[in-house]
Ligand binder design. Structure first.
Ligand SMILES: C[S@@+](CC[C@H](N)C(=O)[O-])C[C@H]1O[C@@H](n2cnc3c(N)ncnc32)[C@H](O)[C@@H]1O
Length: 286
């Protein structure tokens, strides 16, 4: 199962490697991505099933195909290069567009709604917790001041407010000042961390013995969730050491294959700068 099929690059390789009869279930919340991948991987139509679903719903979605076990589960998190480059969706702080940021644009609230309606404290919490932005309180304050004058509609309006909130001398060298706030809003709009927590647990439960889960994450909040979930499932008995007998009955369900995350090599970063923050972790079902 590819939980984040996007442009289909990974799925194509999985289809090749599992030829002639491996079947891939490809999930994505983004209808545009699915339409493009259906065309791109049309040659594998018999072995590829596409679902416009959140990967967090994998158990109920696969039950419709009477599937209760999977041999592999891949998540390549975040937004795709296509979504970033197609400025119209509002993910990019480089291009002017409506402040949308929904991966599934058929449902849910937009970034525009959040910045224009959330109380200042809640905005600051989102920007701090999901963006790990130390200037969150100032940014939220400036957003609320600006929206009293006019509703915030576009990405570049927001970029200007963020730039004005962080003292110029404190801008980081290789990080656009809007990076963290945009990340935070995107995570909030798409409930990304909740989906990840739920998807990981369901995916691990559905893995067949010997099956592998592979997760590529792009920021520390995601990586922490992956690391901790793998550890939790890799743990055996959690009874206190003083207990004469195990009463918890907990047995390890995962073997961690990558105690440290795999990072991209320099050549990969040169060829694809967006890979620079990627961390890959792998575990195997026992
Ligand atoms: C980094 S891209 C994946 C690229 C893909 N691995 C490839 O080879 O082209 C992430 C994709 O996952 C989708 N996505 C993110 N979170 C999702 C979720 N919770 N459920 C389903 N799809 C999700 C996004 O819409 C995006 O298309």
């Amino acid at each position: 199962m590819d939980g984040t099929i996007g442009g289909g690059g990974h799925s194509r390789l999985i289809l090749e490697a599992s030829s002639p009869d491996g079947v891939v279930y490809g999930f994505d919340r983004d209808e545009e991505a699915l339409r493009a991948v259906a065309e791109r991987l049309g040659g594998y139509a018999g072995r590829l099933r596409l679902l416009r679903k959140n990967f967090a719903e994998l158990e109920e979605s696969l039950a419709e195909f009477e599937i209760d076990r999977i041999d592999g589960f891949l998540l390549d998190l975040g937004v795709s290069s296509h979504q970033l480059d197609r400025g119209a969706r509002g993910f990019s702080f480089q291009q002017d567009a409506p402040l949308d940021m929904r991966m599934d644009f058929s449902t849910g609230v937009t970034a525009e709604y959040l910045v224009n309606n959330l109380p200042e404290k809640e905005l600051a919490r989102i920007i701090r917790d999901f963006g790990e932005e130390r200037w969150a309180v100032r940014i939220a304050k400036r957003i609320v001041e600006a929206r009293r004058l006019f509703p915030l509609k576009t990405t570049l309006q927001l970029v200007d407010i963020i730039k004005g909130s962080i003292p110029r001398a404190k801008w980081e060298d290789r990080l656009h000042p809007a990076t963290r706030t945009f990340q935070a809003l995107r995570i909030a709009v798409n409930d990304e961390l909740e989906s990840l927590e739920k998807g990981l647990v369901s995916g691990i439960n559905m893995l067949a013995r010997g099956g592998r889960i592979v997760v590529i994450s792009f920021h520390s909040l995601e990586d922490r969730i992956v690391k901790n979930t793998f550890r939790e499932f890799a743990k055996g008995c959690i009874c206190p050491k003083s207990a004469p007998l195990c009463v918890c009955g907990k047995v390890p369900q995962l073997k961690i294959i990558t105690p440290r995350p795999v990072l991209p090599r320099n050549e990969e970063i040169m060829a694809n700068p967006r890979s620079r923050s990627a961390k890959l972790r792998v575990a195997e079902k026992l």
